[in-house]
Design a protein around this ligand. Structure first.
Ligand code: FRU
Length: 485
């Protein structure tokens, strides 16, 4: 137990740090959500409440070096692009969540925001050494959150110790929840389906799908939704071995498409598991369905155990730009940045053809870059800085796209060619320490971090040619911790 004096010192340190003094802005993004001070991981509780989007995330307010004991931080936005910080929504202050207010989701019902999340409790040296239960909280004003006094709502005794990350939705009059779980002595991951009439009493309904051993030992952050007439099980498995260009990150995020029957609660997969993004840093996705029918996904633009230099700068982690999902006829997910991204666009820095070697120096480290080039030639574009370069290349012969950020394990690659009747089109979002590449209509994406200490220049490869290159500056749309822009 902490003494009162230690607690006081920690709180004082926390408020000092939250004032922003300790953040070095070098790697802080302008239009991607990031923590005001401390550590960020998974997006949580993504929802639209009284005309504003709300996003919570796993947060350690005390340090940017480590995840610590998870809290829920909170931001809100009118347009998914301008975000402002709200007070921390949930602290690990209950016996059932004292070692972490872990990931979860939101659902709006009768004007109230309900949050379902995992309470984590550790038993150091024990076997098992932790326990996870599901808990309910609510907010009527979209700022102050109250935990339900009858918590936990799911103890899940027979599924311990790894049962977490509830994602909730409503179908007809019934609430449904998908949970990530590990079984067979923690050697195989799976997704469990529950249902409830009232968000409080939950019944176990089915196992939506499970790993046969090749799909990891634990499935984190599952999500389940209907899209274009099919059902998508999106999840983040831990423990998949690399296979050639696939599964190169410590953990993956990917999806299986299939059919689902609400009467039998059975999910029938049609496709294999496919990775959703091919970059180094993309994990723990969460989606919402907004009132215009868009299925929007957001992910943690980072990865466990990365140890990036931002850790010493006071703020670790950022979120991807929210992306609209759709399904192709061959059941692949397409991701496009939400159209509201245009709200962050500043003036145009360049527009025209660009021959090999053409270089454009960015005056700020944030840009939205659009490229059109021949599908019949190789194409390279580099983000060049004094200390690091990110090279994006399309190989016509191999039909691949590669992101190479240099250093150990710098290369990520996947198959891609523009559709048969299209030219190569790329959209590249650069924001201080991140790059997101969208190929074609968004059929392939790469999300990776990089850490430049100098200005960024865009350089077209010596043997490449862009028929059209457009570069926009990007505005700051994330309010600074003190509320200013
Ligand atoms: C995924 C995850 C979740 C868990 C949370 C803890 O990154 O491990 O499964 O709820 O992070 O911060």
């Amino acid at each position: 137990m902490l003494t009162i004096a230690t607690k006081f010192i920690l709180i004082a340190l926390f408020f000092n740090r939250c004032s922003g003094y300790d953040i070095n802005p070098q790697f802080v993004p302008r239009y991607h959500v990031y923590p005001p001070y401390g550590w960020m991981n998974d997006p949580n509780g993504f929802c639209k409440f009284e005309n504003e989007y709300h996003l919570f995330y796993q947060y350690n307010p005390l340090s940017s070096q480590e995840p610590g004991i998870a809290h829920w931080a909170h931001v809100k936005s009118p347009d998914l692009i301008h975000w402002e910080n709200l007070p921390i929504a949930m602290y690990p202050d209950q016996p059932y969540d004292k070692d972490g207010v872990f990931s979860g989701s939101a659902i709006i019902e009768n004007g109230t925001m309900y949050l379902l999340y995992t309470g984590n409790v550790n038993f150091p040296g024990g076997n098992p050494d932790h326990q996870q239960v599901q808990a309910l909280a609510s907010s009527t004003d979209g700022v102050n959150v109250t935990k339900y006094e009858g918590n936990p709502v799911i103890k899940g005794e027979k599924f311990q110790p790894n049962i977490r990350d509830p994602k909730v939705w409503k179908h007809g009059n019934i609430f449904y929840m998908v949970l990530g779980n590990s079984f067979d002595n923690n050697t195989r991951g799976r997704a469990l389906l529950y249902s409830s009439p009232d968000l409080i009493s939950w019944k176990e309904r089915s196992v939506l799908d499970s790993s046969d051993g090749s799909l990891g030992y634990m499935w984190e952050c599952p999500d389940f939704f209907e899209l274009d007439g099919k059902y998508v099980l999106l999840f983040s498995p831990q423990g998949i071995e690399p296979q050639g260009d696939k599964y190169r990150n410590l953990y993956q995020t990917g999806y299986i498409v299939g059919m689902f029957d609400y009467n039998s609660h059975m999910f029938t997969p049609i496709t294999e598991f496919k990775e959703l993004d091919h970059g180094h840093d993309f994990y723990a996705t969460q989606t919402i369905l907004d009132e215009s029918g868009r299925r929007i996904v957001i992910a943690w633009l980072d990865m466990w155990e990365r140890n990036y230099p931002e850790r010493d700068f006071g703020s670790t982690g950022q979120m991807t730009i929210p992306r609209v999902l759709s399904l192709t006829s061959d059941l692949r997910l397409i991701q496009k940045p939400v159209k509201e991204l245009a709200n962050a666009r500043g003036s145009q820095l360049y527009s025209g053809r660009a021959r090999g070697g053409h270089t454009i120096k960015l005056d700020e480290p944030a840009a939205d870059i659009h490229v059109r080039a021949s599908r019949f030639r190789d194409f390279d574009l580099a983000l060049v800085t004094d200390n690091t370069t990110v090279l994006l290349s399309y190989s016509y012969l191999r039909g691949t796209v590669t992101l190479d950020r240099g250093g150990d394990d710098g290369i990520r690659r996947t198959q891609w060619r523009p559709s048969w009747n299209k030219q190569l089109t790329w959209q590249i979002l650069v924001d201080s320490s991140s790059v997101e590449l969208f190929c074609g209509e968004g059929e392939i994406t790469f999300s990776s971090r990089f850490f430049p200490y100098s200005n960024v220049s865009i350089k077209i490869g010596e043997n490449s040619r862009a028929e059209e290159l457009t570069v926009y500056r990007m505005r700051r749309t994330i309010k600074l911790p003190d509320g200013s822009n």
